[in-house]
Design a protein around this ligand. Structure first.
Ligand code: DHB
Ligand code: FE
Length: 279
């Protein structure tokens, strides 16, 4: 049986990718942020996962306002990246996974999650920044990736509790897969931020820390929030909490917190990092 070895939550801010491109990791603005990542990289090195299921949101590269799946999953052998206008260098293709991904699709459809299945997909910073951050120097290419996109850009968006349930279904699919691969789940995005409008730059540190604590000890406490609540409390892009909820849903049950960090601001965002193992 495949083994779900753990989960990583991380912000996916484009400026992180740009800082890595430019070698700015140890400059005063970035040092405290980047210094939080080596323990997670070491854990990944020790654990050697074969597959990463990555919950992310597509900010307009593959799904723009003309077509916007609520949930989409990739089943492709490779995913390409492209210039999105944030000034990050496009990265070399991400390796896809083509077997467990179909088992997840079948499980989701059986569980009444009618996902959009993508046999071709370009992936944006929501997926690529975390991959390069966790596996630098193109080490990410050795991991087979299953992208799962959650609509966080255009109303109507899925309820936060629904994304948690999507994660639970994917967790069950991984645990029931007959392969012997080790699987890690990533939740990218958040935490609180608002990129435009009158409240551009809005961050809610207290709420972010509350969410990080509840994600570990009591995720149910976060499932009553609507997207309107999150927009009010955590900024319009605070709805990206959906990916952390899906990640935690996949790792249902008691978890051990191995590492975490919270750093503000990175660009306009409260940047969170969290490493969980099943207890
Ligand atoms: C920023 C954060 C995001 O989550 C994103 O997708 C784009 C930009 C930011 O803080 O600049
Ligand atoms: Fe984002």
């Amino acid at each position: 049986m495949a083994k779900l070895i753990g989960a990583v939550g991380t912000s996916h801010i484009p400026a992180i990718g740009k800082a890595m491109d430019q070698g700015l990791e140890q400059t005063p603005y970035w040092k405290d942020f980047f210094d939080a990542y080596p323990p997670v990289r070491t854990w990944l090195d020790e654990q050697q996962p074969d597959i990463a299921v990555v919950f992310y949101n597509d900010h307009g590269l593959s799904f723009f306002l003309d077509k916007k799946p609520t949930y989409a999953i990739g089943t492709a052998p490779e995913y390409t990246n492209a210039d999105e206008g944030w000034g990050i260098q496009p990265i070399a293709p991400i390796t896809g996974e083509t077997e467990l991904s179909w088992h997840i699709v079948n499980t989701l459809i059986d569980d009444e999650f009618d996902v959009t299945v993508c046999q071709e997909l370009r992936v944006d910073h929501g997926l690529t920044v975390p991959m390069t951050l966790l596996w630098p120097n193109e080490q990410y290419r050795k991991i087979k990736v299953i992208p799962v996109a959650i609509n966080c850009e255009r109303h109507p968006m899925p309820k936060p509790s629904r994304s948690y349930k999507l994660g639970q279904s994917i967790g069950r699919a991984i645990q029931s897969w007959s392969g012997d691969e080790k699987v890690v789940v990533l939740g990218t995005g958040g935490l609180s931020h608002q990129l435009d409008g009158a409240r551009a730059g809005f961050i809610n540190k207290e709420f972010d820390l509350f969410c990080m604590e509840k994600l570990v000890s009591d995720p149910g406490a976060l499932l009553g929030y609507t997207n309107a609540d999150l927009t009010e409390i955590a900024g319009a892009q605070g709805v990206e909490l959906a990916m952390w909820l899906a990640m935690r849903g996949a790792l249902e049950g008691d978890v051990k917190l191995l590492h975490q960090n919270y750093h503000i601001p990175v660009s306009n965002t409260g940047a969170g990092l969290m490493l969980l193992e099943p207890a």
